[in-house]
Design a protein around this ligand. Sequence first.
Ligand SMILES: [Zn+2]
Ligand SMILES: [Zn+2]
Length: 377
Amino acid sequence: MAEKDFYEILGVSRNASNDEIKKSYRKLAMKYHPDRNKDDKASERKFKEVSAAYEVLKDPEKKAAYDQYGHDAFRQGGMGGAQGFGDFTSGFSDIFEEFFGGGFGGGTSGQRGPSRGSDLRYNISISLQDAFTGKKPKIKIPSYSKCDLCSGTGSADKSGPSTCSTCNGHGKVRSTQGFFSIERPCPSCGGQGSSIKNPCLKCNGIGQVKKQKTISVTIPAGVDTGTRIRISGEGEPGQRGANNGDLYIFVNVQKDKIFEREEENIFCNIPIAITTAILGGEIEVPTIEGKKARLTVPSGTQSETQFRLKGKGMSILRQSHRGDMYVEVVVEIPVNLTGKQKSILREFEKEGGTSKAHSPKSQSFFQKIKEVWEDLR
Ligand SMILES: [Zn+2]
Ligand SMILES: [Zn+2]
């Protein structure tokens, strides 16, 4: 049969650059991809042609051979037979990586046998309250189901993978360069030892097709930013029956407006009235669980005094007790006073209410100053 010129198929000139070839291939592959052209035989054929052409032209070695010998370069074994040129899925997987982030089945380089699926990462951002109580969000992740076109075999004729003829199933090939014998992954099967001669066009030889599913995830109480939760087997599917990858949930805990977290402890600033600070009293303090705790403020409490509420802090991962809560009170100075209020305060001052005897900070401050002055003398 007369074969079309690979450059013609990709619509590029013979001296096109790698980038031009790649660009053109991607455009055409998207255009003719079976997912977009269901049951369209002509598109299927085009897609296959385009993929086969790219498989050769993207590889400098194969391209050089093709430039010199044309299609004959691949006719006698060696490069994976007259049809298909090995796994043309590898060319297409570049695109999937770009569009879906991750690619099917993970790396094929250097490994022997069907490879385990790639791990997936899912970032979730939760409130501090959710981190305290734990959460069971439902998340959408990619899922895979058996390809109905090839019954999950990955091959168009449902025959499944066959032992790679290039490496006889070893997954590696040896070449000798001078004194050195170099072993490298088999280029025909990508190191897997077997390949699918005639890949299914719907699933590109993977045997599975991508969908979306909703799963419920348990985020335990006490997580913090950077906590990773592994959900085994919910990653990308393994190739041809190999294990699935895992799903990793990466947690980010958002900053809270009121509470500041430091590991298992919670800090919070609370303004209190000057009279409460002077006379003492009870105040209500908000807690992370959305309740209120009572805090006794002793008379003569200074601003920025810290109180500890034991066991009112953050939950701790896999433990039943909690951290502590630290409340720092900020004494508020009243503003916009009436004349009467001001005169009461002047009265208070006259009574000696602000004298050194009642002002421990001033006392110690002026004591220090005095010492400095004496030292200077
Ligand atoms: Zn299929
Ligand atoms: Zn091989």
